[in-house]
Ligand binder design. Structure first.
Ligand SMILES: *[C@@H]1O[C@H](CO)[C@@H](O)[C@H](O)[C@H]1NC(C)=O
Ligand SMILES: *[C@@H]1O[C@H](CO)[C@@H](O)[C@H](O)[C@H]1NC(C)=O
Ligand SMILES: *[C@@H]1O[C@H](CO)[C@@H](O)[C@H](O)[C@H]1NC(C)=O
Ligand SMILES: *[C@@H]1O[C@H](CO)[C@@H](O)[C@H](O)[C@H]1NC(C)=O
Length: 480
């Protein structure tokens, strides 16, 4: 079933019906039917960022901790199996605090002057992390600039807003820097390529509706379109035709929807890969009006104190809350990707809040259950197509067909009691079925699955737990 928001809301408040003497039969009545003929969006993946120097926390970890942590993030059999890394393209002159240094610390005096690019081979630790990600098979790298270098902007600074000189509504004495900014972004992609990392998606704005004391640049969707019309042909001319442009990483869904409509009105929608949104100022709801894919590219609980709880009164940092947040985006809002904010962060930053998945504290680390909520989606690999599911109460279900023909089913038990769930409609012959679950005391732990004579695969999922099935045919068992 393709739940509407209203239906989901109704489900959430439906009390768990417990009959006087619940029979085994009644408990096994929970049955989900997968309908592979009902096809929805294609999934690009799930990810996180290590921008703002956070990647250096991983660079600085000694072995064996460094490998343990990389496995937690990228391993598809023992960790979250993340498939997207979102890197920040630095615009600052130095790498102090949250600043990410730029490859163009000084602009030429005119927009068409020869730029003097400076590559430090580190990119604030992000190159190391990206190369490691490649070694785990990650293929999607979203390089995202928070701002152009200050010398290309109306305010002469990469922080505190300002616009890119040359977009509509600007009139800079130094001229039009759109082409220079496009060349600069292409250079960054080329430098990564030379280091073995293929940037697949490129963004040139981050929260352009918010002006702040770190790298930030203002833009409307219309102004973004002015630049997209320069960036697309510049990428193409440099043989980077397969690098997709993402826009505009708005602070929230309502602004992102405005961007989408303004970019479409300006005739630049077909030059984009994805419309991107964060969830801070307005949450994702409904389906965005666009012909492009839609990605959620940054969100986290910025307020709660560090928590590793799965379920603690439904708090914003709970793993269970995140399970529902990601599920909502993918199932109800047609998202093709969901990217958390920081993968790792230290204790000192922002009063040790929940904006990270893993707390790296010197040479030790602690893993939050938010990571395991994402791990439950690791059975859904890039390129998977979401398909239909129906049935089940107090149960949210989603299903996907992976590119290798395997079927992934991801479910959340919204009830407080253990439920036995059966999955039918599986089109794989002689399947191998595995399932993993997460609750307060388990982290993507493998559990027993029984396959009935009718092909229904059943397993048990604890109250407020999450379970993921992977159904593979013997010939396509590479994921298991
Ligand atoms: C992933 O984890 C498994 C289990 O610990 C391990 O055998 C495998 O080598 C890891 N994969 C990679 C790419 O490191
Ligand atoms: C793009 O590829 C073509 C064909 O391989 C080649 O002739 C051309 O020099 C390349 N251009 C750039 C800018 O790399
Ligand atoms: C979902 O997104 C895809 C692009 O990924 C698009 O083709 C499709 O029309 C969207 N579905 C809805 C209901 O908007
Ligand atoms: C394995 O997956 C490929 C690609 O989807 C498919 O063509 C093939 O039929 C699958 N093999 C089996 C035995 O299901």
């Amino acid at each position: 079933m393709h739940y509407s928001i209203a239906q989901l809301a109704a489900l959430a408040v439906t009390p768990l019906l417990v009959s006087a003497a619940p029979s085994i039969e009644a408990r096994q009545a929970q049955k989900i039917t997968v309908d592979v003929t009902k096809k929805y969006q294609t999934i690009d993946g799930f990810g996180f960022s290590a921008a703002f120097q956070r990647a250096n926390l991983i660079v600085n970890l000694q072995e064996p901790k460094q490998t343990e942590l990389l496995n937690l993030l990228f391993n598809t059999t023992s960790g979250a199996g993340f498939s997207i890394v979102r890197n920040g393209i630095g615009s600052s002159k130095d790498s102090s605090r949250d600043y990410m240094n730029t490859i163009l610390p000084t602009c030429p005096s005119t927009p068409d002057g020869t730029p003097n690019y400076v590559w430090d081979g580190k990119d604030s630790g992000q190159l190391f992390l990206s190369q490691k990600a490649v070694s785990y098979g990650v293929k999607t790298f979203y390089a995202n600039a928070w701002s152009a270098p200050g010398c290309m902007k109306t305010n002469g600074n990469d922080v505190n807003g300002g616009n890119l000189c040359g977009v509509s509504g600007t009139n800079c004495r130094s001229g039009d820097w759109k082409q220079a900014y496009a060349n600069y972004l292409v250079k960054y992609v080329q430098l990564y390529a030379e280091s073995g990392v293929k940037v697949t998606h490129l963004g040139f704005l981050n929260e352009p509706d918010y002006s702040t004391s770190y790298a930030s640049m203002q833009s409307s969707g219309t102004q973004a379109a002015d630049f997209i019309k320069v960036l697309r042909p510049t990428l193409d001319k440099n043989n980077l035709t397969d690098v997709g442009i993402n826009c505009c990483d708005a602070t929230g869904w309502s602004v992102a929807s405005q961007h989408a409509s303004q970019i479409a009105s300006a005739g630049a929608e077909n030059m984009l890969y994805a419309i991107t949104s964060h969830e801070y100022t307005s949450r994702i709801s409904g389906v965005m009006r666009t012909t492009r894919r839609v990605w959620e590219t940054e969100y986290a609980d910025l307020n709660g104190g560090w928590s590793t709880a799965w379920y603690q009164s439904g708090g914003a940092g709970d793993g269970f809350t995140w399970a529902n947040t990601v599920f909502n985006g993918i199932v109800n809002s047609n998202l093709s990707a969901y990217i958390f904010w920081e993968g790792v962060q230290d204790r000192a930053t922002n009063n040790n809040n929940n904006e990270k998945l893993i707390l790296v504290d010197g040479q030790t680390y602690q893993v939050s259950k938010r990571l395991w909520a994402f791990a439950q989606f690791r059975v859904v690999r890039p390129g998977a197509v979401r398909v239909g599911t129906s049935g089940g109460s107090n149960l949210k279900s989603s299903a996907f067909v992976n590119t290798d023909g395997s079927i992934a089913v991801v479910m959340i038990n919204s009830g407080t009691g253990t439920q036995t769930v059966g999955v039918s409609g599986l089109t794989v012959a002689n399947p191998t079925v595995k399932a993993w679950y997460t609750d307060n005391t388990h982290d993507m732990t493998e559990t027993t699955v029984t396959v009935g004579s009718d092909g229904t695969a059943s397993a048990s999922v604890p109250g407020r737990g999450m379970i993921s099935f992977l159904i593979t045919s013997p010939a396509n068992a590479t994921l298991v």
